[in-house]
Design a protein around this ligand. Structure first.
Ligand code: MTE
Length: 317
């Protein structure tokens, strides 16, 4: 089944995007048009503007945060399925086909099944939420995501009492994801959350950013965003959501268990074995600009600290 998408010409930018944002985007679109007029399509590494998403509800999340430019959010990426360099995903995911797309809902749920992307999203209202995003590599961004609360999706499929964790899986298709031709990581990329983490209102299933469909390099057509955890928990291009009783394996933990734990909460007090997590480089501010202090739980302590009360966060990193 298809979602009816309003023609782009029928949606005003103001309908989907706050003013300061669309002024920003206008500037980008004008710059892109100018580049086109000069005979060049966008240079490699630059994402083409995606389809606008209709009917986005604005929220108060992140109001007032300075947003990272669209160009930076979509050209400085980690997505090993498309290569390990920061510009590889934008270069190699340009023609990534995501239609049709299905997500398999599995395990301890009353309503398991394979669901078309459109049917997964359609019962929910799309929200824009501006979140801080902190990578374990000690850089950060602020991204206006568009998505639906993970908790709302989970509730629809009615997890049983055996569902203690939720596991997520990325597509495996080396023809469409050329990075998978090399065994850099164990494919598929997998991630997981404890059930109460997954049900926290901050956890978002994102389908867009800056009011538009997600570009391939950012995890089209659907990815997780868990803003109080390091970025690698935010698994991209999800094809399976599985409800399980035991803590599921996670890609980076399998790859280097002394460096990456299951929880991976942003924590300036617990260093990575090879570098400090006390500060972060803000993408878009230049390599030599002053670093910013990293906040515990990436600034979302009020919303999520209670999930971990009594836990030794140096042990459960
Ligand atoms: N998901 C998949 N499937 N493959 C990946 O390599 N990289 C992770 C995460 N999700 C990754 C992934 C890492 S390390 C980060 S920091 C974020 O995606 C980056 O998201 P962004 O490129 O949208 O900023």
């Amino acid at each position: 089944m298809q979602i009816k998408i309003k023609k782009a010409s029928h949606i005003s930018e103001a309908e989907v995007t706050p003013k300061h944002l669309f002024m920003n985007r206008r500037h980008f679109i004008q710059a892109s048009a100018a580049a086109g007029a000069l005979g060049s399509i966008l240079p490699p590494g630059k994402a083409a503007a995606g389809m606008k998403l209709p009917g986005i509800t604005q929220t108060a999340y992140g109001n007032g945060l300075e947003q990272t430019k669209y160009e930076d959010v979509t050209s400085y990426n980690n997505f090993y399925e498309f290569g390990t360099g920061k510009s590889d995903p934008a270069n190699n995911a340009q023609n990534f086909q995501t239609k049709p797309w299905q997500v398999s809902i599995e395990g301890a749920v009353a309503k398991p099944g394979v669901v078309d992307f459109d049917d997964l999203i359609k019962p929910h209202k799309l929200e824009e939420r501006i979140y801080r995003f902190r990578c374990v590599e000690a850089w950060s961004m602020v991204v206006p995501w568009v998505g639906i609360p993970l908790a709302d999706v989970i509730k629809r499929f009615e997890p049983t009492s055996k569902a203690k964790y939720v596991a997520f899986e990325t597509l495996v298709d080396p023809e469409r994801m050329p990075g998978q031709k090399r065994a850099i990581l164990n494919w598929p990329y997998v991630e997981g959350l404890r059930m109460d983490e997954a049900m926290n209102p901050l956890a978002l299933l994102a389908v867009g950013l800056y009011g538009e469909e997600l570009p391939g390099q950012n995890g089209a057509p659907i990815r997780l965003v868990v803003p109080w955890k390091y970025g690698f928990k935010s698994i991209k291009s999800i094809v399976a959501i599985r409800f399980v009783e035991k803590m599921p394996p996670t890609t980076w933990n399998m790859s280097a268990s002394s460096e990456y734990g299951f929880y991976s909460n942003v924590n300036p007090e617990v260093s990575h074995p090879r570098w400090s997590q006390a500060k972060e480089r803000v993408i878009g501010q230049g390599y030599f600009s002053a670093k910013k202090e990293t906040l515990k739980f990436n600034g979302y302590a009020e919303e999520v600290a209670s999930l971990y009360s009594g836990m030794d966060l140096a042990k459960y990193y």
